[in-house]
Write a protein that binds this ligand. Structure first.
Ligand code: PMP
Length: 459
């Protein structure tokens, strides 16, 4: 059977997308005017558009395509589970892949994080974690201990609760948020520290922000601290060394649940299954994950809770139900895809590969900082990178005109590389299978794009 035989004409697709498809995060003023790139095929780290042009997928989809595109083994795992049993109600039954994947995740998460509650993606995983905190404190007879500490520039998703704790451009979003539920701690970005301040002093200041919030609000009112190990959508912000451990210990001392949002950093992005423990020495109470779980082949997420929390929440008598779940929680086909993804990652030692190519990736980023005076900062960890332009080129009063991220992305796109622009920044997180030669290819294009931009800005 030729599945592509009835594919409509390219012009129709372009028109239908323009007329009928409101993309996520679309600008409502312009969504009917601009045509999106239509990605037709993909293999390895490359994408091809409708005109047959090839691009390196710099953002790795949306930080999720760990094992690369076009894997026959993924297609087989998905097809086999679809034919065998595509769906069963997670409320009343389980499936083989769902149970197996829960076990596989528990074996890879740190400490006693062994209770896996499946969700449909990252936002629903974050919602679940935060609702669990509310449920937990209600069960323990502490109904006032529910304020959530989150951080400016953090991104946790687009559902109501997950967007409420998202500290990115929160003043610009035209939504009503449940602001009484959340308290934001100031930006932790070392690049924003006052001139001359050491990293150690910056770390002290950021830890003090947490202590001050606890002193002001009262530990008996704070239920959780939610933090991405690296603030990814906020611009790949790596907090100063020691920050994770110190904030974790403070939370522990005040019985504030430490929720690590590993939707991006999990599943190999930093060369480990999870970054909390292996990269930052912290065993959280809850880890949320999604994206890399299936390498983007199918939607899936999970909220993983420690046995210690489960024991505490089970202790009070009564039949309380954790009323949280989704029709597609632990979807058998998504779980089969996740199992195949983990098997591929292990067989090909993709975590080891990430650790091996990370120094090359970062030395090419440093070379960019050295070569281009329009660049203010380069930063990242593992296969996560960000280039931010010089401060005078992104003064908030004229940032909208200079559009460094969008212009660098456009210059690179013309040369066969996609990036993810964010205002003054361009971010990249390529598929984890990227080879040494492909890393060179990616950064060569970025440097060519920066040469073009330097000429423009300097003129
Ligand atoms: N948490 C983090 C850290 C994320 O980066 C994202 C998505 N970019 C989410 C949560 C939300 O995940 P999803 O889009 O799958 O709902």
């Amino acid at each position: 059977m030729n599945l592509l035989a009835n594919t409509p004409a390219a012009d129709d697709l372009t028109r239908w997308d323009r007329e009928n498809h409101l993309h996520p995060w679309a600008e409502v003023k312009s969504w009917r005017k601009a045509d999106y790139m239509r990605v037709d095929t993909a293999e390895g780290i490359y994408l091809w558009d409708g005109a047959g042009r090839r691009f390196i997928d710099g953002p790795g989809g949306m930080w999720c395509v760990q094992i690369g595109y076009g894997r026959a083994e993924m297609a087989r795992a998905i097809a086999e589970q679809t034919m065998k049993m595509a769906y069963t109600s997670p409320w009343t039954a389980t499936s083989g892949p769902t149970a197996q994947l829960a076990h596989m995740i528990a074996a890879r998460t740190p400490g006693d994080l062994n209770t896996v509650h499946f969700t449909t993606g990252g936002s629903t995983a974050v919602d679940t974690a935060l609702r669990f905190m509310q449920f937990f404190n209600n069960r323990l007879g502490r109904p006032d201990k529910k304020v959530i500490l989150a951080r400016e520039k953090g991104y946790h998703g687009s559902t109501y609760l997950a967007s409420t704790v998202t500290g990115k451009e929160r003043f610009e979003a035209k939504f009503d948020k449940a602001s009484d539920l959340v308290h934001f701690l100031p930006d932790v970005n070392p690049y924003r520290r006052p001139p001359g301040m050491s990293m150690a002093a910056w770390c002290d200041a950021k830890v003090a922000d947490l202590q001050d919030a606890i002193a002001t609000l009262g530990a008996d009112r704070i239920g959780a601290f939610i933090a991405e190990p690296i603030l990814c959508s906020g611009g790949v912000i790596v907090p100063p060394e020691g920050y994770h451990r110190r904030t974790f210990e403070i939370c522990r001392a005040h019985d504030i649940l430490y929720i690590s949002d590993e939707v991006v950093t999990g599943f190999g992005r930093l060369g480990h299954w999870f970054a909390s423990d292996d990269a930052f020495g912290v065993t959280p109470d809850i880890i949320t994950m999604a994206k890399g779980m299936t390498s983007g082949y199918l939607p899936l997420g999970a909220c993983v809770i420690s046995d210690t929390l489960m024991a505490r929440v089970s202790a009070p008598d009564g039949q309380d139900v954790f009323y949280n779940g989704y029709t597609y929680s632990g979807h058998p086909v998504s779980c089969a895809a996740a199992i195949a993804n983990i098997e591929i990652m292990e067989r090909e030692d993709i975590l080891g590969h990430v650790r091996r190519v990370t120094p090359q990736f970062h030395s090419r980023m440093r070379r960019i900082a050295d070569r281009f005076d329009i660049v203010g900062d380069v930063r990242g960890m593992g296969l996560l990178g960000c280039i931010e332009c010089r401060p005078d080129l992104h003064d908030p009063t004229y940032a909208k005109d200079l559009q460094f991220g969008a212009r660098l992305d456009a210059a690179c796109e013309r040369r066969g590389l996609l990036l993810r622009p964010f205002g003054a920044m361009a971010v990249f997180s390529p598929p984890l299978i990227i080879s040494e030669a492909q890393i060179e290819e990616m950064f060569d294009i970025m440097e060519a794009g920066l040469e073009e931009l330097s000429a423009e800005y300097n003129a």
